[in-house]
Each structure stands twice: as C-alpha cells, then as structure tokens.
Write a protein that binds this ligand. Structure first.
Ligand code: GEK
Length: 243
C-alpha cells in the first residue's frame, strides 16, 4: 500500500532545505501525486511519446528518474528493437528503491539501467528520447543551458526531449493566481496550510522555477527548432522539443 506523506504535518523547529532522502523516498509516490497536478497523466503520456519517437538501436534517458515512473511508462510502451532505457538519479536512496521496483518485474525485453550519478556527469549519446520530468528545476540556473545543449547534441535527428517543470509567470497577478489555485489543489488532496507552507520554505532555495518564455528561449538557444507545450495545469507544464 502507498505510504502517505506527512513529513511537514507537524510544526518543525528548524526547516532544512529539501532533500530526496530516505524519508522522502518512503512517501514519494504519494507526495508527487498529491503535489503535482496531472502527474499521473504526464507519466502515462510519456509512454505515448516514447512509443512514437523511440528509434531502433538507440537509448532513452530518464534524467532525475526518482523511482523510475517515467522509465516504467516508456518500458511498457516501446516496441522498437534494441532500445534500452538509462535512468539516472543522484539520490542513492531513490536508486536503491527503484532497483527493488525494477528487479521485481523482469518481463520486458527493454532493459532499464539504473544509474546513481549526477546527471551532469552522464554522457548522453545515441538518444531518441530524453525525459526530464520535473528535474531541470533542481539544476543551478547557470548550468541549465549547457545541459540542454548536451541533451540536444546527444539526440539523434527526429529525437525528442520531454521537459516538465513547475513555472512562474512574469505578471505578478497571474503568478499569484496560479500559485493560489495550486495550493487549493494541495488542500483538496489533504495537505494542511502548515504542510503547504513548511514544504514551500524547504523548497525555496532548491527548486527554482522559471517562466515558459525562459524555457522556450533556452531550448531554441540549444538548437531545438520546435518546442510545444503539450500539457499545462496551473503552474505545471510539460514541453516536447524535437530535434
Ligand atoms: C518522476 N522524474 O517521478 N542529478 C541527478 N538527479 C537529480 C539531480 C542531479 N543533479 N538533481 C535532482 N535530481 C521523476 C520525478 S523528482 C521531482 C523527479 C520532484 C533528482 C532528485 O534526486 C529527484 O529524485 C528528482 O531529480 C526530482 O517522473 O520531486 O519534484
């Protein structure tokens, strides 16, 4: 049974910066489902994209894979030959738990290689699909362009990057509206005001959202001719960029 997230339910004397540690791993599926509007849809659509864009004899990357939900979705959908998945996360706890999840199901002929590493140190090559599902927002802003360039260079022609992010809005009123409705969504999912506020403080220096325009400009600067917003719910979006 899914363990429910109550990490920020009681008042904490000292709020340390958010970390993807053992406590978070334990409740992660519940936490992300109740915090990110549309998460389950996005994960299942990643499978639809992978089915369409995965190429024979190539790799699919899941950068910042957590427990491997996007990898699992790709693994179930890909029908191409010799197309393996490389799933990367720098949290030891996440990768260990993901290993347990994947080792219990070995029915697929698509191999998922779980790698515990900083995604900045991973070579991206011969790729047909690269997924960054709510990961770029945790990378220092001044390193983001170089990373997206590396993704572009590692993709085969016709390959795609799926980039999901929490975003901000330039207009303060729109920003406030989207933030408030997101907090309403969290409340509707059982989080208290205290939990919402303590989690927000813990993430403040760790998760740095940007505007949609900033993301699209960066994708263009990295070489992507087209990028499309294919999902948005409140201040959460997913883009697909095609090489
Ligand atoms: C999902 N994609 O369920 N290198 C590797 N991993 C990193 C790095 C880094 N430099 N920085 C952060 N991470 C997943 C959800 S969660 C999103 C992704 C969230 C990892 C971090 O350890 C965490 O597991 C993941 O990126 C972000 O589809 O919790 O909001």
């Amino acid at each position: 049974m899914r363990k429910s997230d109550s990490i920020y339910a009681s008042s904490l004397d000292e709020l340390v910066d958010f970390r993807f540690d053992e406590r978070v791993v334990d409740v992660f599926p519940d936490m992300i489902q109740r915090s990110v509007p549309g998460y389950a849809n996005i994960v299942s659509m990643i499978g639809v994209f992978a089915d369409k864009y995965a190429q024979n004899n190539s790799y699919c990357y899941d950068l910042g894979c957590s427990l491997g939900a996007a990898s699992l979705s790709m693994q179930k959908s890909i029908k191409q030959n010799n197309c393996d998945i490389i799933a990367v996360d720098n949290s030891v706890e996440m990768i260990e738990r993901a290993q347990q999840i994947f080792s219990s199901d070995q029915s697929s002929n698509i191999d998922v290689k779980l790698v515990c590493a900083d995604l900045q140190d991973v070579v991206i090559e011969n790729a047909s699909v690269v997924v960054m599902n709510f990961t770029l927002q945790f990378i220092p802003q001044d390193e983001r362009l170089a990373l997206i360039r590396r993704v572009y260079q590692g993709l085969k022609p016709g390959g795609i990057l799926i980039l999901s992010e929490k975003i901000t809005f330039e207009d303060p009123e729109r920003d406030q509206f989207q933030n408030e409705i997101h907090h309403d969504f969290k409340r509707a999912n059982g989080y208290s005001d205290l939990e919402i506020s303590q989690k927000r403080t813990a993430l403040e220096k760790v998760l740095i959202p940007e505007t949609l325009a900033t993301h699209q400009q960066r994708l263009a600067d990295a070489g992507f001719g087209t990028s499309n917003v294919w999902f948005q719910c409140f201040n959460f979006i997913s883009l697909v960029a095609i090489k």
